[in-house]
Design a protein. Sequence first.
Length: 473
Amino acid sequence: MKVLFIEPPKDFWFVMGEYLPPPTAAIQLAAYLEAKRPTDEITILDCQAERLDWGDVGKRIEKEDPHIVAVSSLSTCNAYTVIRTLDLAKKVAPDVFTITGGQHFTALSEPSLHQYPAIDAIARGEGEVTLVEVVDALDESSKFTDILGLTFRHKDKVVSNPDRPLLTDLDSLPMPGYHLVEQNLDRYHFKMMAGDMRYVIIEGSRGCTHDCRFCSQCRFWGRRWRAKSGKRIAQEMEYVRERFGAEFVWLTDDNFAFGPRSREMFDELTQRNLGDQLYWFVQARVDDVARNSEIIPEMRKSGNQWVLLGVESGDSEALANYGKGTNPGQAHEAVKILKDNDIFAQATLIIGNRKDTHESIAGLRRYVEDLDPDIAIHMILTPFPGTPLYEEADAKGWIEDRNWANYDMIHAVMPTETLSTREVQEELFLCYRSFFGKLPRQIRGVISSNRFKRKTYRYMASQQLLRQLRGLI
């Protein structure tokens, strides 16, 4: 069988600067399919890295002449590009079988198949085994009846099979399939974070046991947390370093959990001398960092240089409303611990909850000033399909914008009780201006002893971020 994975042409989130990430989902799924069906012809077409426009995509599909086209959609804002890609595939090759997955299409699997005839099937939830069984069935001309986790079209009906149980041993997964995009490795970058260093993404765990109301990951992974062993993560880092020359790794865990597994990981990385060769970035909860201050020096020694903290708010009531299970004091502790260990502390904040007012968001800006993270990224509360927030907002009529392309956390799609969507958009601009527009902070940033802070502030100064945000109002 010839299977073509496509990463479509799309716009990127300009708030974090210029970046081009590797197509992580395609890399993982293709590597697993390759391991289970080694005789298949598997190709990843990364339109971003290869600088292909929509006309080029059609030509490449025609040239590859695949039996199956697979396109993954992690983010709701990219849903339409997935549909456009599959629609194009059907026009170029009417007999091709098309399949997609990811958080958005898992949450809206049956409505999507009813609405978009270009989709033949959706792999709901964890996709590796489901995809292999779909390819097996197509190869053997058998039915999809027993394939768990699959929603598909059968004659004039849409059928959803029962959910698939999650994998129990993530260490059994193959090494990330960067050999399938090796020709593009020099093009992947994250200018603000990694500069010109060769940048890759690997996965250390899946899921999270918490239940933040706005997070699409919680339900997608069933509020379960599963992890690769610390040794396996170190092996993957060593693999991408030695095999592909990686210099900066985004360990793309939904939530980096501290404990015996993380200690094992730090020890393994240090023993392999990777802490001096390979830098890595991760996102973590403020309460986890605050509770594990004694292990942070080991984390830094093992190569960690950057941690994204989900601070979200300085208001205890708002945090409780979000289902965060944290408090504002823990964010202060976490930022201080990271900065004391020369780890770049990034804070993410949320505006636009139903109780937000001009005054409450001004209070958030004052809180951020006092918190003093190395960088603060503000986002607008967005009701992603599959979240409790979406269900409530949909039921109560809060949502004013149903254009999925605007579900990117920088477009206001619903008002608060007192602020219009335009006013929420204006407040987002004011939050960024408050943080990035202060000259003393800019000066401290560009002369900082922390290499990542110094690099980041010099880069952000060149990006005209405030002008772009102003344009959204």
